[in-house]
Design a protein around this ligand. Structure first.
Ligand SMILES: Cc1cc2nc3c(=O)[nH]c(=O)nc-3n(C[C@H](O)[C@H](O)[C@H](O)COP(=O)(O)OP(=O)(O)OC[C@H]3O[C@@H](n4cnc5c(N)ncnc54)[C@H](O)[C@@H]3O)c2cc1C
Length: 564
């Protein structure tokens, strides 16, 4: 046993977790423990992609972080933080309203170490070429192990560009909030910001009546003078309510607007934000997601009244990037466990990894994961501070396409990886049940699948620069694979088809995503992997997901039959 210190409580974690190295491992036909590995050094595709996309300078740091994340201790902390999830404490023992969320000490250890690494701030704190890619690689490895802690880290990372953009209008923002967000010393205490070492930021958009369509928000914001407003209403999903502030949308007199809503006010009193309950979620159980009510809560306007969506969209774009990185990491985390298990487990006199049909499954998992890594870090490069206009235009179409596609692939990949482990995969100690419960989430929040596909449609219809950037990226692989060339030709025709409507948006978005993946695989992966990817993925034109029936499939008639 070893003790890891938190600010509050020492946490004791067992040094063995799933599949302990037992002396009789060989006779029992059980694999050795999976954890206790360096997640960076054991990931060729990640290392290559990180170096290729501009983060070669971060190698030492990523190696160190890969060692921490892949350790037996971190896997045990991850299991524990999810088994003993957060609890809402609405009142103190004297009956005073406190609205506190109490976490297992394991959560705090994981948060402290991720903040030390800078997952919530590194590209802003140390801006340099490749900073987004380096952070993406770090965050990717985190996703292989634990996902709940990633929620507040992501939201904080994503909020900073918005706060920075508006700090000129509110100098106290720059002086007080920005330095605390850039700080790396985790501080979970509910104190006024001035008394804290660091700050975390969340986001509140979704209300009962609408999440995708935030224009339906009903929370009202009344001006109170000096940029301050009083918010009255609710949020139906409000994750990480222990964050020091949230960026929220509310209806001001001039329309839907974006506000900074602190948890504790500068005078030390709690803001009028009441946590009604925590959501009882399928997965992501280490993290708290809540329902809240605002009763004239103090908040400060960011940007102009009526510009709420354009202001918060920069945050949303960054959270979407993290959904993509997170789902790719989750896929890698599950697929490597499958490879590990199959390499050690025998059935019918041979290792699973030597059985031809199992080899087909493992290879398919491997190419899916390799493509996900290539796509993810390529996209992260378009988010760099020094990215060109063309890179930004590529991000405009690639972000929603990959958010749709990779987040949609994760549940299928995790389920398949779980099956490779047989019964062991269905048991909590393997971590795969936790990954399985987590897997659908990135597709639901921060713009659900359909919403992302409609965004791809919008970008390709209205932003010629985005289509040009996409074509230029795909052209780099032209002639490298006949399946890819045929797919790109079909995609080009689809992009030019002004008649293709919303019903075909999943086919289009999937088509864009697999084209980008195929092109990256052709340019950078071993030829066998690239050929396998292009030969198996591209002919289907983004299908392999539900909602990709061809034009003229008669959807309305089919639905009517099913509902009869
Ligand atoms: C665990 C968890 C934590 C969350 N945390 C937060 C948080 O911290 N802050 C926050 O603001 N929100 C949060 N959310 C909310 C999340 O972002 C929303 O659930 C999501 O945006 C979808 O909104 P909705 O639930 O209202 O569904 P709806 O908007 O009703 O959508 C339902 C379905 O309809 C589809 N759809 C919508 N419009 C169209 C269309 N025009 N055409 C075709 N299909 C369409 C969607 O893709 C979706 O599949 C969280 C959600 C979860 C599950």
């Amino acid at each position: 046993m070893r003790q890891l210190e938190t600010k509050e409580t020492p946490v004791t974690v067992p040094l063995t977790h799933a599949g302990a190295r037992e002396p009789d491992g060989a006779e029992s036909n059980q694999p050795p423990a999976f954890e206790g590995r360096n997640l960076y050094l054991t990931d060729r595709a990640l290392r290559n992609a990180a170096e290729r996309e501009g983060a070669a300078w971060a190698r030492e740091r990523l190696e160190a972080w890969g060692g921490v994340l892949g350790s037996t201790e971190t896997y045990a902390l991850a299991a524990r933080a999810n088994r003993f999830g957060p609890e809402l404490k609405t009142h103190d023992r004297f009956g005073n309203r406190i609205d506190e969320v109490v976490f297992d000490p394991a959560w705090h250890v994981l948060m402290a170490s991720a903040m030390r690494e800078g997952e919530h701030c590194s590209p802003w704190a140390e801006p340099r070429a490749g900073a987004q890619v380096a952070r993406a690689a770090a965050y990717f490895m985190h996703a292989e192990v634990e996902n709940g802690t990633q929620c507040p880290l992501t939201m904080t990372y994503a909020a900073l560009p918005v706060l920075s953009r508006h700090q000129h209008a509110m100098p106290w923002l720059a002086q007080l909030w920005v330095p605390k967000i850039l700080a790396r010393d985790y501080d979970p205490r509910a104190l006024p910001l001035a008394d804290k070492t660091s700050a975390l930021i969340g986001m509140g958009m979704t209300e009962r009546q609408g999440g995708s369509d935030v224009r339906a928000n009903t929370t009202r914001a009344s001006p109170a003078g000096g940029g301050e407003y009083h918010l009255t209403g609710h949020k139906w999903f409000f994750s990480a309510p222990m964050c020091d502030a949230h960026l929220v949308l509310a209806q001001a007199p001039g329309g839907l607007s974006c506000f900074l809503l602190p948890r504790i006010l500068p005078d030390g009193t709690r803001n009028a934000v009441r946590i009604n309950r925590l959501k009882d979620k399928l997965g992501n159980r280490s993290n708290a997601s809540s329902e809240v009510e605002f009763n004239a809560a103090s908040a400060w306007l960011l940007g102009d009244e009526g510009r709420g969506v354009p202001v918060i969209i920069e945050m949303v774009q960054h959270t979407r990037l993290d959904c993509i990185i997170g789902s790719s990491g989750l896929m890698r985390g599950a697929a490597t466990q499958a490879l590990h298990h199959a390499a050690h487990r025998s059935a019918f006199g041979k290792r699973l990894a030597e059985q031809p049909l199992m080899q087909n499954v493992l290879a398919d998992l491997a190419i899916e994961t390799e493509a996900a890594i290539a796509l993810t870090l390529r996209l992260a490069r378009t988010f760099e501070a020094d990215a060109s206009e063309a890179e930004r235009a590529l991000a405009r179409v690639a972000t929603p396409a990959l958010k749709y596609w990779l987040c949609k692939r994760a549940p299928a990949v995790v389920a398949e990886a779980m099956e490779v482990l047989g019964g062991n995969g269905y048991v909590e100690e393997s971590a795969l049940p936790r990954f399985y419960r987590e897997a659908p989430l990135n597709s639901i929040w921060e713009g659900s699948g359909n919403v992302m596909c409609l965004d791809v449609l919008r970008a390709t219809r209205r932003e010629p620069a985005a289509v040009e950037a996409l074509q230029a990226e795909l052209a780099l692989a032209r002639g490298g694979n006949s399946h890819l060339d045929a797919h790109v030709a079909a995609l080009t025709a689809a992009l030019a088809d002004a008649n293709s409507g919303e019903a075909g948006a999943r086919r289009l978005a999937g088509g864009v995503a697999v084209a980008l993946a195929g092109a990256l695989m052709v340019r950078h992966a071993a030829p066998a992997l690239a050929d396998a990817y292009c030969g198996s993925r591209l002919d289907r034109f983004g299908s392999g997901a539900l909602g990709t029936l061809p034009p003229g499939a008669g959807c309305a008639e089919i639905i009517a039959q099913a509902s009869a």
